[in-house]
Design a protein around this ligand. Sequence first.
Ligand SMILES: C=C(O[C@H]1C=CC=C(C(=O)O)[C@@H]1O)C(=O)O
Length: 469
Amino acid sequence: MPIIHHSTIQQQFNKALEKASLDKRAVLFSYTEELSSFAAPLDLFSASYSEFYGERYFWKEPNDEVILIGLGSIYSLRVNQQTENRFQYIDREWEKLLASAYIFNPFDISGTGPLLMGGFSFDSETERDQNWTSFGNAAFHLPQIMISSIKGQTFLTINIMATRNDDEGTLELLQEKVQKLFGSTDQNKEISNIVNQEELNAHEWKESVALAVNAIQEGELDKVVLSRRMRLDFDKTILPEQVLSRLWMEQHQSYLFALEELNHCFTGASPERLILKENDQILSTCLAGSIKRTGNAADDGLLGLELLNDRKNRDEHQFVVKMISDVLDPFCIEMSIPDTPEVMKMRDIQHLYTPVRGKVNNTGTTLLKLVEALHPTPALGGIPREKAMELIREVENSDRGFYGAPVGWFDYRGNGEFCVAIRSGLLKENEAILYSGCGIVADSNPEDEYIETGIKFKPMLRALGGKNL
Ligand SMILES: C=C(O[C@H]1C=CC=C(C(=O)O)[C@@H]1O)C(=O)O
């Protein structure tokens, strides 16, 4: 059982209270300790339902080296309008909060101590539709209780926005909350079942692919990624823990994420890293070019080889490699990029994959600066970027929301990671909207692209109990 009430924490907390009283404003107090034992991460997430539903945040990177469970939001940063640069805004406000914070964290380990979990919308220049209004153009949260599992070690971080109205009782209350959380088991929640499954505007989507191919052949642009949606209705409210536990079993080698905003939850299993930053080391991933999997290892091997040798897919992939390396180059003193891609095999699909590593040249290069520069990569936008964005706005008559956008976390030391939120969907009570897209180039065929986007629905569809798998 975690112990968060002893003299060290008390002293630190008292200092934060004094400062809050003097400054007449809230001061962040953060305390981290290592836990000796830890329930399975998803059991803990699930057990937090009664106390924290609507304010839960989950992150797991493919190798299980970083698993974060954030519960309760004691401080949030949102950007609703296009009034100023959303990346700079989040960076600046976070820095301001940290400037007066009292942080007790004896561990020099990324992902422990205070951190923000959240993400950005795909396109801040379009308005969010009603599904996405609570997410806006950026939504980040500092959890009240955070459990981080980092390379096998587990940590508890508690965060309090201390005000002059708080006293030692505040710590005690939080202590009780933590004890309750670790003591409680998952209430047997009812599983929701699909009552209706419907692809939205499939015919129009194929037409817009044909239109995009035309524009590319006319030389207006080189590549654009077009997405489409599927809607599912359920017999009762669909719970994020239900979806996450299926993704955990079936898509374990992906980034698993969930961001709740009251009764909405954006969740998914993405294979695509946008950027990882650990001190001055960065790692980005180029992922573009796809082929199916069959369930038979020998056939999958042959398909993988076909993908590696397919000109259309290699071109599509090369666009992404060039753009990501061009974008990161000015921020780096060293970079390393393999000459040829590898094949990354996911449960339902295989992709061409190239890792891009670098060493940043400047301490002022924040993770969000890199996210801003990279987003959207041609794996989700296109080439040239602005032209592709214009075409997406023109032909996709719906809001992508956070689909295809950066989702992740970053801590008070500036380390963190963002994935590109694909293979994802928005859960809103007894309805889910799933998103899927694919890269369109000069020789794309609408029917093939339709089939490819069908495959990309599968991870979420499977996790939700859907049909046609
Ligand atoms: C846009 C998606 O995938 C991107 C990532 C990998 C491969 C892609 C492709 O081959 O088209 C897409 O660019 C999606 O899954 O919704």
